[in-house]
Ligand binder design. Sequence first.
Ligand code: GDP
Ligand code: MG
Length: 177
Amino acid sequence: YGDFNQKIDYVFKIVLIGDSAVGKSQLLARFARNEFNLESKATIGVEFQTKTLVIDNKTVKAQIWDTAGQERYRAVTSAYYRGAVGAMLVYDMTKRQSFDHIARWLEELRGHADKNIVIMLIGNKCDLGTLQAVPTEDAQEFAERENLYFMETSALEKTNVESAFMTILTEIYRIIN
Ligand code: GDP
Ligand code: MG
């Protein structure tokens, strides 16, 4: 666990995209450091975090990029997408609008990224079950139509966070091997 002086076999760049406040930074904090901050500020400065793990006896460094408050339409630059082999397209399950914008994010992603990029649709905040505004079936249907992986997560309660990142990393690994 952690970055020792180990040999890195692969570095996989993964980008997080989606509207502001859907929980991108908290998903990353949960995965990379097992943290969650109740009063999370808008992301400033930090570009990416890494986590090193083992897949199939190979050491894989996941380099996960977080938008530094650039979630306005078209504000995310092509440098952000450059070299990405995976993307997490995040919406807030309790905010319909954040799901309605997913098609737009996907279009932007596909316009910038490599065509073999592995994409996962993430409905975050599944801990707020009673406030669910996006039916699971709607998201599932969209994901199937667009050929995306799909998972509902909670950065707060840790639900499916590890699993979502591991699924995308394992699939990237599978594609290049
Ligand atoms: P970002 O703008 O997409 O990076 O969103 P943040 O990670 O900053 O989170 C926005 C807000 O949603 C913060 O108040 C977080 O505490 C909250 N939040 C993030 N993830 C979850 C979650 O899984 N469940 C709940 N209930 N709140 C969350
Ligand atoms: Mg953020």
